[in-house]
Design a protein around this ligand. Structure first.
Ligand code: PLP
Length: 309
């Protein structure tokens, strides 16, 4: 990966200071994975790292993957492919929006070939016959599953913990598929640290999905998923959440977005208000990046200039 030198790694950790934290005697730190790279950032960089290495090792020139029309994963893959010299193919769920949204437009600009497929067909994305058919039409490729959620993705996410210099009572993570949360549980080496995941959608099967990534016989330190801060579903937001995110930027100069990091930090502050965490607790929240997704919410007026690479 010839852009490794440009990555801000290990990502910095910022302490948050606020009257509420002082009053409740809680220390809150944020691991700034959104700063790793302007585009190939956060959760999605962590998951791409070993997938790109594996594609290179297998001498594949082309990488194919799946995602929605605002996919952080495909956006990062398109940029990483452009910089590292891979051809990339994005199989997109649903009809092509006209005009294309800025996320899809970036992917095209970075050379990703896009194929839009019906939602029903998209459901077969892990089916071997479906993938064989994709090889018939596109030629050979290295396959990354939707979101980068595979063992290589877990391996990359686990490195978040290797970068920490301090110990924390709670490590907080956004949860979509639970791949990152699984990695944190698997690689947590401090038994007194509890890993807490904040689900960003209604999905009560998550605990089972996580357990499927863990060994049934090994003992892990404490972990849990908090389910009541999904704000009515994936990529749904409210005025209250939007205001929280806008104020967070004004107060702490940290940009959040309403799909993942906004929901997690809203939840953390709400739980602190409710004395959920014992006085004296030290918390780390992992900002998973994904800021490009803000462009799907016009109320944020977010329109960064991304490089052409
Ligand atoms: C994709 C994504 C997630 C979801 O991670 P999982 O490993 O699927 O739980 C979280 N945060 C951001 C910013 C993402 O882009």
């Amino acid at each position: 990966m010839n852009f490794a030198a440009e990555l801000k790694l290990p990502s910095p950790v910022t302490q948050i200071h606020s009257p509420l934290l002082t009053e409740k005697k809680i220390e809150l730190f944020i691991k700034r994975d959104e700063l790793i790279h302007p585009v190939i950032q956060g959760n999605k960089w962590r998951k791409l790292k070993y997938n790109l290495q594996q594609a290179q090792y297998e001498q594949k020139n082309t990488i194919l993957s799946f995602g929605g029309a605002y996919s952080n994963h495909l956006h990062a893959l398109a940029a990483a492919g452009k910089i590292s010299g891979f051809n990339t193919i994005g199989i997109i769920r649903g009809e092509a929006p006209r005009p294309l949204n800025p996320c899809l437009q970036d992917m095209l600009n970075w050379g990703m070939q896009l194929e839009f497929i019906q939602r029903i067909e998209y459901k077969q994305k892990t089916d071997s016959i479906f993938i064989e058919n994709l090889k018939q039409s596109w030629g050979d490729f290295y396959l990354i599953p939707e979101g980068g959620n595979n063992p290589a993705g877990i391996k990359g996410c686990a490195e978040i913990l290797d970068e920490l210099k301090d110990e924390y009572d709670f490590i907080c993570s956004e949860v979509g598929s639970g791949t990152m949360l699984s990695a944190l549980i698997l690689n947590n080496k401090t038994p007194q640290t509890q890993i807490i995941g904040f689900s960003v959608m209604k999905n009560l099967l998550l605990e089972q999905d996580i357990k499927n990534n863990l060994s049934a016989t090994k003992k892990y330190s404490d972990w849990k998923i908090i389910h009541n801060y999904h704000f009515n579903g994936f990529a749904k937001t409210t005025t209250e959440l939007d205001n929280f995110i806008k104020n967070f930027k004004l107060d702490f100069d940290i940009q959040l977005e309403p799909v993942y990091s906004g929901k997690m930090l809203y939840a953390i502050f709400d739980l602190i208000k409710q004395d959920y965490f014992q006085t004296g607790s030290k918390l780390l929240a992992i900002h998973g990046g994904g800021l490009q997704g803000l462009r799907g919410f016009p109320q944020y007026n977010y329109s960064p200039e991304y490089p052409a690479f």
